[in-house]
Design a protein around this ligand. Structure first.
Ligand code: SF4
Length: 414
């Protein structure tokens, strides 16, 4: 986690309405050169200031398109990304050098992305190959293709790009997984194993949807166990030999809070109320497989949003994803006579995303407006996120491979 300096006291003492008014005024003053992006999991108080909302990749692509398409004289100079660190890195990689990407609070990281550190990944890569070579008399006649969820650092994306792999999102994980397990860009019939980083649950759910038997055809690599002296991260040589997919032992601290028991409670409630439309359970694939297996539908954030938008009046839903998004979906659904609730009553909020608040947003905008400069008008960029050019080049290879498999429809931006 990066260190975020404390804000001047006036930001911390100001009332929410006062902050909102000041942000709106700064927003107007800075005009077209500023774009504010709000991830779906942000609080309402941040979302109301966002020019665009969406998931991490969609927002980065919007920033890239705005930077490219804005006519001369109205260039985008600053993208304030109200999300977490890896998202701002992606936006920086996809926008031209002239655009500064700003994360309002540097301590807004992602616990899942932090579970895959570059050094651990290199160590795992070497250990896995060493063991497979050992099992085959010194030269394994196969290859490992790495796939990383976009919820990972730029360094991990670069590692994956360097080794012939690709990124994936929760929307296109099936497509990228199939590409990888069939050999990726190398169409020879060598044996292929996939190393799926950093989310074991998305990896396991995707492998199961592809038709793999997860008990025997996947194994788990836990870097914490590797650090304690278990060279295969807790898996046995036999498990590695049999596995078609090696899952990295990372997870989302929000989605892991949904449990199979929560699905059981919904089912029991349905059974106890036969005269009422049953509650449909819809969850994100970052939830554990046991939860996905007990749900009716599983899919990306965009899939959940679109499904709820199409839900007929009178229908009932239990949603397994981040609480701020669920609260907004429930409010919108209620206006159409749709009853929706969160799958569990636990505090399923992304605490790192939650660090982005109005005081930090106003502080970065005040700096951009020059409020802290000597002359009171020279812009100052604070909390810029910059990916090293070498890392960027390799990471873009992983992103480009994904986009060449599943190029999304152009997103309207103006
Ligand atoms: S919801 Fe989970 S995966 Fe998304 S940013 Fe928060 S910790 Fe990371």
């Amino acid at each position: 986690m990066l260190w975020q300096p404390s804000l001047p006291e006036k930001y911390l003492k100001a009332a929410p309405d006062e902050l909102a008014a000041a942000i709106t005024a700064r927003r107007a003053e800075l005009g077209d050169q500023l774009v504010i992006l709000g991830h779906h999991y942000q609080t309402d108080e941040i979302i109301r200031h966002a020019d665009y909302t969406g998931d991490s990749l969609k927002l980065s692509q919007i920033a890239a398109r705005l930077a490219k398409e804005r006519p001369e004289g109205r260039p985008v100079k600053w993208v304030v990304f109200c999300g977490v660190h890896f998202m701002a890195e992606s936006a920086d990689m996809l926008t031209p050098e002239s655009v500064e990407v700003i994360l309002p609070d540097l301590s807004a990281g992602c616990s899942m992305a932090d579970m895959a550190q570059y050094d651990d990944t290199v160590e795992a890569w070497n250990a896995l190959h060493a063991e497979l070579n050992r099992q085959h008399g010194g030269k394994w006649p196969g290859r490992i293709i790495p796939v990383t969820y976009v919820n990972s650092s730029a360094a991990i994306k670069a590692f994956v790009g360097q080794h012939g792999g690709a990124c994936c999102t929760s929307s296109n994980a099936d497509l990228v997984f199939e590409w990888a397990i069939k050999g990726g860009e190398d169409l020879s019939d060598q044996v292929t194993k996939v190393l799926f980083l950093p989310d074991q649950h998305l990896g396991r759910n995707t492998a199961a949807r592809y038709g793999l038997e997860v008990r025997s055809e996947t194994c788990l690599y836990d870097p914490r166990l590797a650090r304690k002296g278990e060279p295969l991260g807790g898996s046995t040589p036999e498990q590695l030999a049999a596995a078609k997919v090696i899952l990295w032992a990372g997870h989302c601290s929000v989605h892991k809070l949904f449990r199979p028991e929560h699905c059981n409670q919904i089912r029991a409630d349905n059974a106890a109320n036969p005269g009422r439309p049953p509650t449909t359970i819809i969850v994100h694939p970052e939830c554990a497989k046991e939860v996905v297996d007990k749900s009716d539908l599983a899919g990306s954030t965009e899939f959940i949003i679109k499904t709820l938008a199409k839900a007929p009046p009178g229908s009932r839903w239990a949603i397994g994803t981040e609480t701020h998004l669920v609260n907004r979906l429930c409010r919108e659904a209620a206006q159409r006579g749709v009853q929706a609730r969160i799958l569990s009553d636990c505090q399923c909020l992304c605490t790192t995303m939650y660090r982005i608040d109005q005081p930090h947003l106003l502080w970065v905008l005040d700096n951009l407006a020059g409020a802290f400069s000597k002359d009171g008008k020279s812009p100052k960029v604070v909390n810029a996120i910059k990916v090293h050019p070498q890392v960027r080049e390799l990471a873009l290879q992983a992103l480009d491979r994904m986009l060449s498999l599943a190029r999304p429809a152009p997103t309207p931006v103006d």
